[in-house]
Design a protein around this ligand. Structure first.
Ligand SMILES: Cc1ncc(COP(=O)(O)O)c(C=O)c1O
Length: 300
């Protein structure tokens, strides 16, 4: 597939309260967000015209900014409305939604207290991958970069800067022929993939690492609700890499990845099976429900 650069597309982007033509949504090169990674973002998906768990994403965006020491100049209701507005303006019902907030150009130094806070929201088609091909599973290499401790980096924020080690890990994995990397944390425990959380079927129970130094993903929490609904025991705990030998099934969960079966992590091999297929199907069905039904299921 030919790559179409993101600045060479048509459409409309919401930027600081207005809809602007896609090609005009340009940023000055001396923006603080670019130089010092003072930016936070979200990754959301719309299905059948509804953005899945929109308010949860919006709240996380606001909180991510607060963790980086800035306040978004919009309330959650306004951000939700803007996400819906830009989706409609682009005539999309099934799409990826990318809000991003960043510090502007007033100061270009480590200290940036006086910078203006900007918010932009873009949407574009990003198809989900269905069917038998998906159930074959992807292959992960072991990443060398560790997820940092929560007192080393603002790990609860979906902050742009935290993706630096993700990109390095993913590039290395891709160069070795893998699809993605499994990242360990600063203690050497299993953490997550570069853009999704991870789950293991161990003896019929669903095990997943405690999200104490990486994102407690919205998809992760959704999948845990779906598992409990199916009487699958969910266990959040510290998982050591050598314990992967005990897992029969592994999958990733994230907004972009949705539920993605994994067939290999480094030296360990798995066979995507019933638990993965059930949760994958349930997730695919849930995301197309009304926001009210989604709220009911994830609350239960
Ligand atoms: C590093 C990382 N971990 C986990 C997730 C999963 O989060 P969510 O399910 O909220 O999309 C994402 C995706 O946003 C991510 O980028």
């Amino acid at each position: 597939m030919a790559l179409i650069p993101f600045d060479d597309r048509d459409g409309t982007i919401w930027w600081d309260g207005a809809l602007v033509p896609w090609r005009d949504a340009k940023l000055h090169v001396l923006s603080h967000g670019l130089h010092y990674a003072s930016a936070v973002f979200e990754g959301e998906r719309a299905y059948s015209g509804h953005i899945f768990r929109l308010r949860d994403h919006t709240n996380r965006l606001i909180n991510s900014a607060r963790i980086l020491g800035f306040e978004l100049p919009y309330a959650a209701d306004q951000i939700d409305a803007a996400c819906k507005e830009v989706l409609a303006a682009n005539n999309l019902t099934d799409a990826y939604v990318r809000p991003i907030a960043w510090r502007g150009t007033e100061q270009l130094a480590v200290s940036a207290q006086l910078t203006t806070i900007h918010l932009a929201i873009a949407v574009w088609p990003w198809p989900s991958y269905f069917g038998a091909e998906r159930m074959k599973g992807i292959r992960l290499g072991m990443g060398e970069w560790k997820r940092p401790a929560p007192d080393t980096a603002p790990t609860a924020s979906k902050a742009a800067g935290l993706y630096m080690i993700g990109t390095l890990s993913k590039h290395k994995a891709e160069a070795a022929g893998f699809d993605d990397a499994l990242m360990l944390d600063w203690r050497g425990r299993v953490a997550e993939a570069t853009g999704a959380n991870i789950f293991f079927n161990m003896g019929g129970e669903l095990h997943t690492p405690d999200p104490d130094c990486f994102l407690d993903g919205i998809t992760r929490r959704t999948v845990m609700s779906l598992a409990r609904k199916h009487q699958i025991k969910v266990i959040e705990r510290a998982i050591l890499p050598e314990e992967m030998a005990k897992a029969s099934e592994v999958f990733l969960a994230g907004t972009a990845a949705e539920v993605t079966p994994v067939r290999q992590i480094g030296e360990y091999h798995f066979t995507p099976g019933d638990m993965t297929a059930t949760l994958l199907k349930e997730y695919e069905a849930l995301v197309r429900q009304s926001p009210e039904e989604v709220a009911r299921v994830v609350a239960g």
